[in-house]
Structure formats: C-alpha cells, structure tokens
Design a protein around this ligand. Structure first.
Ligand code: PEP
Ligand code: MG
Length: 872
C-alpha cells in the first residue's frame, strides 16, 4: 500500500518532491533537534491522487490521515475534540516550489463550543481562547468555504467602534466571544449549514481546501509564469499549535537571515507580542523590528540567532523563517530559502562564495535567470506602486516599467519622444511601420498580438516595455476605454511589461542598475556554459547593446527591418510594384548601397564575431501602404494610376500572410532580390575585412522558410554564384557560409537531405511552433487563455518551447542533419532562444548556440551555464 502520510520525524530535507518544501524542511529541522511543534505531512502524491480520483480523498488516504492524527495525539498527549486537553492544529499547504497564490494557513483547527468553554476555564485565559476561536472561524470560512474576509473585518470594526477602542487587543473575552457567535451566524447565512464542530470534519475540509487551492486561477497563473508543472501537486502540513497570543510573554514573527531587498548580511525581520501568525503581515498592528527583541528578551534573541546561523550553515542559503514564542519558549514553524530581489540574489550568491559556504557553480545555479530582467530595465518605485490598482492585464510581452502620456500614432510618439517627453504608444496592434514611434515611446500597449507578435518581438529587441494582447481595450476617437474608464490622448498611464499590468495613472519609475556582483556571476556563468550565446539584432545600435551584454555573435539579422526606415521604404515599394526584371533590378540597385552600409555597421559593431544575415523573409504586402492617402502618394511617386496601384496591392493580399508568398519563395520567384542581398552582405564583409585585417570575417547567409532541399539548392546557387564572383573580383580571400532556417516541419523531417546543402541550421522556432500547432502566432493570444483555463495547455508555446511536439521535430532535425553533415553548426534563433527552460532543452539536444534579443543575452548566458551544469 502506498504511504501517503509522514510524521515530521519520518522525513528529511531530501524528500522535497514528496513532502513539499515546507514539509521537507520541518522534517529536516526536526532531525536537527530544533524546537519544532510536531505534526505530519500528507504527500504531494495524495494531491495528485485527489485529482486523479475526481477531486476526492480516497478511503485509503483518509484512513492513513486518521491513523496519523492518532499518532499525533499520542505524541502530544492531547486529543482531538477533548474539552479537557484538546489537540489543536494548523493546516498549511506546501508544494515543491514555494508558490504564492495558494491556500493561506488555517490556525487553531479543532476548536468547537465545548472545547472552547473548557479550554477557557482550564487556561484561566478566556480572552486568548475566544480570540483563537474567532480567528479559526474567520480563516476556515474564508479559505475552506470561500466566504470572503471582508464581512468579518467589518464585524470586528463595528465591535471596536461600539466599545470605543482602536486596537484588537483592547477587546475583552466577552467581545471576542460575541464576535465568534456573529462569525458563525454569518457562516450559516452564507453556506446554509452550521459551522462544523467535529474536528475530523474540520480537518478534512481544510485538507480538501489545500488540494483545491493547487488549481485556483492565481496558482495556475503563477505556475505558468514560473514553469511549474501542474502534476507536481501540493503537500499538506498538519502541525500541533503553539500559541503566540497567550499573553505578553508570547509572540510571533517572521525573519530573514539576510536582508531580502539588498542582500546585506544580518538578521532582518519583524515580530509582535501577544499575536498570532497573520497579525504580523496583516498590518493591523505595527510590528517591532527583530532588533527590538534583543532588547526585550536577550536570552531568547540569542537562542533564535543561534538557530538562524545553524540553519543558514545547514542550507547554505539565505533563510526565511517563521517562529512563535509560547510563554517564553521559542518554536520554529517554518524555514525555507528566502525569496529576494534580483540585486539581493546576486549579492547573496557572491557573499556565500566569499564566506566559503558555496562554490561558484552553486552561485551560478542558485539565481533565477528570469530575475535578471529586473536589473536591466527600469522598474516602478515600490512605494509609488503600492498605492496603485491595475485597470487591466495583458501579456507581459517585454519587461520593465513605463510611465507616460497616451499617444495613438507612431508619428506622434516619435515627435514627442524626440522632444524628450515620456509617451506610451497605444495601438490595436503594431506593424513594421510603427518602428520609429516604438523606439521613442517609453512603453507600448496593444490590444492584439501574442508573445511573438510584431510588437512583442520588436519591443524586446529594443528593450522597450510592452504589454500586448489586452483584448479588453475598446478604441474611440483619440481615446480608449479600459476598466470602466476612458483615457484620452495626453492622459498618463503606466505599464508593467513584466506582469502585463496596466495602470490608469502615473507611477514613478527608477532606472536600471547593474552592480559588480552581476559581473562576477556572469563571469562564472561564461566559464561553465558550453553553448555560445548570440543575439537577434537588426541594427548596429542593437548589435552594440547586445555585445555590451556579452553576445558572441549575431544569430539572426532580419534584413527587412531596415527597409522600414523612411529613406528606404520607397525603394522597396518601387521594387515590389515593378512589372519587369529590369525595373526591379533598378529599384534593387537603390537599396544595395543602403543594405551594404547597414551590414558594414553591423560587422563593425560585432567586432569580428560571427554574423548570420537572413535573406528577405516577410510577405511583400507588409511593405505596402494601407491608408488611402499613402496609396495615392505612392502612385504619384511611381507615376502610376492610383487604381492600378490598388490592383497591385489587392493582388498581393493574403489571407494568412504567414504561410503565403514569403521566405525563400520570394527568391524563387524574384532571384534578383537574393542576388542583391548577397551582394550587399559580401561587399560589406570585404570592405570591413580590409579595414580590419586582424579579424577573420566569415559572413553566414541564411535562407529562410525552406521546406524542400531543391528550393534550398536553387536559392543557394543564386547566393554562391553572386558571392563567388564578387570575391574572385575583389582579390580578398573571404570565406562565407550558407545555411538555412529550420522552421517548417517538412524541413525538420527531411533534415538529412537539407543538410547536404546547408552548412548550418538555425531553428526558427516561432514559425516552427505555429506550423506544428497549426495556429498563427499573431492570433493565438485570442484563444490560448481558454486553453489555459481548460487545462489543455499549461504555457504559451510561443514563449516556452513545446518540448513534446516541436521539440521532437528539433531533435529529429539535429539527428538527421548530423547524419549527412557531421560538421553542421546548429543554433536556435526563435524567441525561445532567450527562455531558460527552452535553453535547457537546447543544451540537451546538442545545439551549439542560442540566439536571442539583446536584453535577454545575460539571461541566456546564465541559463546556458545552469543547463550545462545540470546536464553535465
Ligand atoms: C522564427 O520563425 O523563429 C524566426 C526567428 O523568424 P521570424 O520570427 O522572423 O519569422
Ligand atoms: Mg520565421
């Protein structure tokens, strides 16, 4: 028979998967002989069973729990429901990873009218007993029966007003007894039955509530953000109560072994005398700082300090602890590795190395790479943020905080941004034409688009805060409505690109700050990682930014992004509407020097590191004007009838632009495009190589959207014919590579054939994901939320690589590609290249490098090191 329940003395710290973090640490502290009120843990497997059995606690599990209550009764000499000597317990959730958003604690479980009456008489402290009782009813009603807290708080406030007192502590036993009665009445009104008096019934209600809370929307959302699988489940800890509210020699508190905000060494925490758990955090009474305990009770402080030191030395990490003092005696209720800010995380890791507690490998492994974002982007001033309420929530598309006045057009954003004004660009969606405005905006908010939509990808590349896919927005004339309010041009709003929250007011931001600890950790990370980290960059500026962040090359330069600069868009449009090869070539000739100049700038910025440049990829209609006035202007410029131009635009219209006339298909139909781009890439390389004889430039030309080896061979021939002729003429011995993106399932499945024509593969997992799933990356945001709700998908497959399906295609392509071309270079340049869990997958799949947007380069460096260490 499977064992589902463990006494604290039966477990230890290594049993985290089974007992959850809290349970494993309580067991470990018990083993270390620390003062822990005893109890038992119901395993995470019991939670998984609960869901597998249709949200029921199986009879065998129930039996074991009842059995362990018996054991706890023996251990403590107390009895459930016994008025003379009642066993009272706390019930708390605790999963493998600490997870805010799950069930709160229930304290004092086991109380009922009989117990309370006898207990009050026995302790001679009726005030304490009735205080505990009313707390229990309140917590149980709130978390088990989901009645809500607000009304209970109102009742307390009414009582205080009636008695003319301010502090809860001033209410006497009779007041609290009366409150307990009112609470039970409220329970009966809301639930329709009496408050349960049987402790066993109370206990199972609480256990079910913990299991249920594993799947509440907050917990599901948190798991999605933090890559926590839903099948882990949560454990339940049942622990005998110790009381911090027994009088002035009792108390309760929380403490960190180092400062969680700054990382400074030294005890940091708060406590309250004559109080129970939630009082410290609830803010009803102002807690004292832990230093004051030293003055108030030096003996107890020393004992606590000694335990803290032992715990830190034992876990070799900063600890977050809860403790209770019951009539002068100290009890430890919990310890765990403490959550900390990004700045504190780097400092603590370095300090622990310097103190000889951990080595540099451990330091690299203990930092969550996603936290790095907070160091590289501006953040909200925490005090200012505390008073703000979001008016809506979209996708956290590009991290950081932004605050500015609303503008609705890219032109307006650029104009006002250039004047130094702070603006937030609000759009239905963004297109490549918005690039300049996006650049000058502090933040971007869109109603449509997912995590790989244009707005998201471009904003991440620029390091600009972006919230996308906020479908609740409705647009008016130069205004939008959200959360019941209307915002006009010029109104102040604030965005949090790390959470997706939008605020209808100005919130102060503070600039990014990178300290010396960051550099030290990154140096270690570079030592341990085996994959290279490149960047996706389209301009010399982005390339420079990425190098500053430690990029070792460009994995993807999307050449089309340069075409939207105002001085180029007309030449590309001319190329598109050309009727003959000659006309097209003459338009391309105008583009050639501009592209060559861009590429020279990029090679220069990358200082000799490898640069992969992709041939034109998007469907041509993206470059054409959509507004009637722009069409008329272009027609005039092209010397065409407006009607004729409209016909061209109409002919280029595509229903699904992602699967149409794009990628290498453009070069198959218009070889002169590929020829011009190759010329620009090679001539630029020759020029830069001449300027820097010490560099060994080897440009990498990448052909997008290949699905068939013959189309790759066809386009490759255009590239090699052009390149070889230019190189021969130049007299410079320039080497170059030709490779392809693997972003169509057929390419992955026929990678052995494709590899005979390719010197490198770069996995374009954005397209590969959308084609494997069969849904568009621009539209998926509209329905993915329903998929999360129905638990069909746990994550956005555009943000976190689907290792089961898309991953199988990647692994297949790696294996087949190496079969026919053992020297082939393998990398990834889809957005997943900057996502830690996907980077771990890339390591396991044997890729040589990952490539991601500049601001994700440090994340990728750290994640790649962690992947190497974990899979080494
Ligand atoms: C991809 O498809 O993963 C990719 C990098 O190309 P793009 O996003 O430009 O389509
Ligand atoms: Mg692609």
């Amino acid at each position: 028979m499977t064992k589902y329940v463990y006494e604290f003395s039966e477990g230890d710290g290594s049993m985290r998967n089974l007992l959850g973090g809290k349970g494993a640490n309580l067991a470990e502290m018990t083993g270390l002989g620390m003062p822990v009120p005893q109890g038992f843990t119901i395993s995470t497997e019991a939670c998984t069973r609960y869901y597998a059995d249709g949200e029921k606690i199986g009879d065998d599990i129930r039996e074991q729990i009842v059995d362990y209550i018996g054991k706890l009764e023996e251990l403590t000499g107390k009895k459930f429901g016994d008025p003379e000597n009642p066993l009272l317990v706390s019930v708390r959730s605790g999963s493998r990873a600490s997870m805010p958003g799950m069930m709160d604690t229930i304290l004092n479980l086991g109380m009922n009218e009989d117990v309370v009456a006898a207990f009050a008489a026995k302790t001679g402290n009726p005030r304490f007993v009735y205080d505990s009782y009313r707390r229990f009813i309140q917590m149980y009603s709130d978390v088990v029966m989901e009645v809500g807290k607000a009304y209970f708080e109102e009742l307390i406030d009414e009582m205080k007003e009636r008695k003319g007192v301010k502090d809860d502590l001033e209410l006497d036993a009779d007041d609290l007894k009366e409150l307990a009665r009112q609470f039970k009445e409220e329970y009966k009104t809301k639930i329709g039955s009496d408050f349960p008096s049987d402790p066993i019934e109370q206990l199972f209600g609480a256990i079910r509530a913990v299991f249920r809370s594993w799947d509440n929307p907050r917990a599901v959302y948190y798991r999605r953000l933090n890559d926590i699988p839903s099948d882990w489940g949560t454990a339940v800890n049942v622990q005998s109560m110790v009381f911090g509210n027994l009088g002035d020699t009792s108390g309760t508190g929380v403490a960190f072994s180092r400062n969680p905000a700054t990382g400074e060494p030294g005890l940091y925490g708060e406590y309250l005398m004559n109080a129970q758990g939630e009082d410290v955090v609830a803010g009803i009474r102002t807690p004292l700082t832990i230093d004051q305990l030293k003055a108030q009770n030096p003996g107890l402080y020393d004992e606590f300090q000694e335990i803290v030191t032992r715990l830190e030395n034992h876990y070799r990490d900063m600890q977050d602890m809860e403790f209770t003092i019951e009539e002068g005696k100290l009890f430890m209720l919990q310890t765990r590795n403490g959550k900390r800010t990004a700045a504190a995380a780097f400092k603590i890791a370095c300090d622990l190395v310097d103190e000889g507690m951990i080595d540099s490998k451990k330091a690299v492994s203990m930092i969550d790479p996603k936290q790095i974002d907070a160091l590289l982007h501006p953040q909200f001033d925490q005090a200012d943020l505390a008073g703000a309420t979001p008016i809506g929530k979209g996708l956290p598309a590009s991290p950081g905080a932004a605050c500015g006045q609303v503008v609705f057009t890219s032109e307006e954003a650029a104009e006002r941004g250039k004047r130094g004004e702070d603006v937030v660009l609000v759009r239905l969606e963004t297109t490549p034409e918005d690039i300049e405005g996006m650049h000058y905006a502090k933040g971007i908010l869109t109603a449509r688009g997912g995590m790989t939509s244009h707005a998201a990808v471009v904003a991440r590349g620029m390091g600009t805060c972006c919230v996308s896919g906020l479908g609740d927005i409705t647009f008016g004339v130069k205004s939008f409505s959200l959360g019941g309010n209307t915002y006009n041009e010029g109104d102040w709003i604030s965005l949090d690109g790390s959470t997706g929250n939008v605020y209808g007011e100005a919130i102060k931001t503070v600039p990014a700050e990178i300290g010396g600890y960051f550099g030290r950790i990154m140096e270690w990370a570079d030592e341990y990682r085996t994959m290279k980290v490149r960047t996706n960059a389209d301009t010399p500026l982005d390339a420079q930014q990425a190098r500053d962040f430690g990029a070792e090359g460009i994995g993807l330069c999307r050449t089309e992004h340069m075409f939207f600069e105002p001085d180029r868009i007309s030449a590309i449009r001319e190329m598109i509407v050309s009727k003959s090869v000659e006309q097209r070539e003459s338009a391309l000739a105008k583009l050639l020097p501009m592209q060559r100049g861009d590429f020279e700038g990029i090679y220069e910025a990358m200082g000799g590191y490898p640069v992969t440049i992709r041939l034109l990829d998007p469907p041509l209609h993206e470059f054409l004007p959509h507004e009637h006035s722009d069409v008329v202007a272009l027609a005039r410029q092209m010397n065409m009838e407006t009607i004729a131009l409209e016909a061209v635009i109409e002919s280029l219209h595509e229903f699904n632009p992602m699967m149409g006339h794009r990628g290498c298909r453009l070069d198959v139909t218009y070889p002169e495009i590929g020829a011009m781009q190759t010329r620009a890439i090679i001539e630029a390389a020759i020029n830069v190589q001449k300027r820097h004889p010490e560099w060994d430039l080897v440009p990498e030309i990448m052909i997008p959207l290949v699905g068939e080896v013959k189309e790759l061979a066809f386009v490759k021939k255009i590239v090699t014919d052009t390149a070889d002729a230019i190189i021969a003429e130049s007299g410079v011995d320039l080497k170059y590579l030709v490779g392809t993106m693997i972003e169509i399932p057929r390419a992955a499945l026929t990678a052995d054939e494709i590899a005979t024509e390719a010197q490198f593969f770069s996995f374009g997992t954005n397209d590969l994901t959308q084609m494997t799933f069969g849904f568009s990356r621009d539209d998926a945001g509209k329905f993915l939320e329903s998929y999360y709700e129905k638990k069909i998908y746990e994550n956005d497959p555009f943000a976190r690589l689907d290792q089961v399906g898309v991953g199988k295609l990647v692994e297949t392509a790696v294996k087949l590609g190496r079969q026919t071309n053992p020297d082939i270079k393998l990398g990834i340049c889809g957005e997943h290249g900057g996502d830690p869990s996907s980077i771990d997958f890339c390591q396991r799949s044997g890729l040589n490098y990952v490539s991601c947007s500049p601001f994700r380069v440090p994340i990728a460096r750290l994640a790649a090191a962690q992947a190497a260490l974990a899979n080494g």
